[in-house]
Design a protein. Structure first.
Length: 127
């Protein structure tokens, strides 16, 4: 039996697959209301799956309080968060951070942007 981390990755991977297959549709939504002042929510999406509400968002930490220095260069720190919401839209539990969350965010952004339709329209245009 896989450990909890593997289960979380498997769940996020399945949500990503369902998103790519357009079986799970996301909408833009309001950002979580309770975030520390040093955190900026870049973008926030929501969906429902099996009767549960989910919110996916990307947060960026203020560069003055959280900076990573790699090879003398400074990088902003960002984190992708997937959380279960209660009936009032309040986050009650967040999935542990994994690379799979970034993959889900990419799939959701692609879906929301309509990029696939745009690509198909451009390729179908004979001009």
């Amino acid at each position: 039996m896989s450990n909890n981390k593997d289960k979380w990755i498997d769940v996020v991977a399945k949500l990503t697959k369902l998103t790519q297959e357009k079986k799970l549709l996301w909408v833009t939504t309001d950002s979580p209301s309770s975030t520390p002042s040093y955190v900026t929510i870049r973008i926030s999406f929501a969906t429902k799956y099996k009767g549960r509400s989910l919110r996916l968002y990307e947060k960026e930490f203020d560069h003055t309080s959280n900076r990573s220095i790699i090879g003398g260069l400074m990088f902003e720190e960002t984190e992708t968060v997937l959380e279960l919401l209660d009936e009032n839209g309040i986050g009650i539990w967040s999935f542990p951070g994994t690379r799979a969350l970034s993959d889900l965010m990419s799939a959701v952004r692609f879906q929301i942007s309509g990029a696939n339709d745009f690509i198909n329209d451009v390729l179908a245009d004979d001009d």
